[in-house]
Structures are given as C-alpha cells and as structure tokens.
Design a protein around this ligand. Structure first.
Ligand SMILES: [Mg+2]
Length: 258
C-alpha cells in the first residue's frame, strides 16, 4: 500500500511482456489468479440444469460450456442469470437479494448457484495459479501497482484463504461494486474504478482477464493493454473480444517482451 507509480521504465515493463508506459496491472480473480473458473462453471451448470429440467421436463436443453462463456462468465451473479435465461427466452421476476435458493426469481437462482459454489469451495479448497503469483510478484518488484477486479462477492475470503490479499494495492469486487453502484463486466466501470483508486490513467493500465465479458470491458474502457488468459481453448474468441495478446499462463510473459 501507499507506493507511488514509478513512471516509465522501459526495460522492466518489457521484461513483464508489457508496453513501456504501463504503470498498473488490473487482475481478474477467478480463472486468472485462482483455479476457480471451473468451480463457478460447475455450480452454474448444476443450478441451470436443475432449473431447466424442472421447467421443461425430459425435453430440457442442458446448460453448455459455450453458454457459460457467452452469457455468464465474468458477469455479476444476477446479470449472469438474466443474460443466460434471456438467451432461452425465459424471464423471471427479480425477487429479493435474500430470496431462498429454491425461489424462481433471478435472485433465488443466483443464490442457489452461490450456495453450491461455497459448498464446493469448502469441500475442495481454492488453489492459485503459480504462474500468476510469480507474475504479480515480478510486477510489484518492478514498481507497478496492482488491483484485483472481480465480480465475485467472495473475493476477500478467497484472497485471505490464499494469503494473497497483500499482493494487491486496491480491490474492486462484487461487494465494493454494489456499495459504489458500479455496473459489472462487460461494462468497464469496475476496471476504471480500480485504475482511479491506483491513481493511474486507464491508458497506462493493463487488464488481465479470462472471460469474454472481461475482454469487452477492457476494450470499452480504452485500457493501455488487454491480456487474455486462455485456460479453456478460446484464444480466437478472446482476440475477437479485444485482447491485445493471449497467453495460456501469465508466466509466459516473463522475460520475453512482446
Ligand atoms: Mg474470470
């Protein structure tokens, strides 16, 4: 905390695989820092499949990987419910934030997913990607500032469980976004707020994301550099949604330059 951006240092940012004028790095959590994108995907699938099966009987069409990538990944929970159901021409009442998980409302369905997610995290724990942790350490050693930018309302708990809270100078997560009334990804507002909290212009900040909605946010916010992290074989889609560069692991960026 409290470190000032150090300004340009061409050699160091090139060693990080970044353009020379980048002063801050904004990291998504699930799928970039932690191996939790698959856990989210599984919780969503269980939630939507049981919802659709109950609604449509034997003729139901299951929730697919591409449904997850297109309509859900990276978005705030309630937006994910609305966007996916709209793709199947289903509209639910909003309900209340504390709706029980079996209520057929946007909030009820979202709460069911969160209940399943927390159950899975409690049972299996959370793991971080080593390559990402090494990259963040290198970024900080080079004097750049860092923020975590996640739609997840569970961000702080997850970071604490990994002792990774210390790696970030700012945090914009689902809780902070709600407090500040910020719309989630694919809108750029949460990333813009993180850059502002770090005192860095968006054009001098790099975005690291694994979700298509995150690429859209990076492009919409006119950030200096957008790195797509491809964990599931969607390199082309990440480029199509605005990535400047796509890697399978952030460690690939170390030492190499552009
Ligand atoms: Mg993600």
């Amino acid at each position: 905390m409290g470190r000032a951006p150090t300004g340009n240092c061409d050699r160091m940012t090139t060693q990080l695989g970044l353009p020379a004028d980048i002063q801050a790095c904004l990291f998504d959590l699930d799928g970039v820092v932690t191996k939790t994108a698959v856990v989210h995907a599984a919780a969503w699938k269980e939630t939507f499949d049981s919802f659709l099966r109950e609604r449509d009987g034997a003729g139901f069409r299951p929730f697919t990987d591409s449904d997850y990538d297109e309509y859900v990944d990276g978005r705030p929970r309630a937006d994910g419910v609305r966007t996916f159901l709209a793709s199947r021409s289903i509209e639910l009442p909003e309900g209340d934030p504390d709706d029980p998980p079996d209520r057929r409302t946007v909030n009820g369905v979202g709460n069911r997913k969160n209940e399943l997610l927390l159950e899975k995290i409690r049972t299996d724990g959370v793991e971080a990607y080593d390559g990402t942790l090494r990259y963040i350490e290198a970024v900080r050693a080079a004097g750049l500032r860092t923020a975590i930018v996640s739609s997840s309302a569970n961000t702080l708990d997850v970071l604490r469980s990994l002792d990774a809270e210390r790696l970030f100078d700012a945090r914009i997560d689902g809780v902070v976004a709600r407090e500040r009334g910020l719309p989630g990804k694919p809108r750029p507002d949460t990333f813009l707020a993180a850059a502002r909290d770090l005192g860095v212009e968006p054009s001098r900040a790099a975005v690291f994301e694994d979700a298509l909605a995150g690429m859209d946010a990076g492009r919409a916010g006119h950030f200096g550099h957008v790195v797509g992290v491809d964990r599931v074989g969607q390199t082309d889609a990440l480029y199509a949604h605005g990535a400047d560069r796509v890697v399978k692991d952030l460690a690939e960026l170390l030492g190499g330059g552009e």
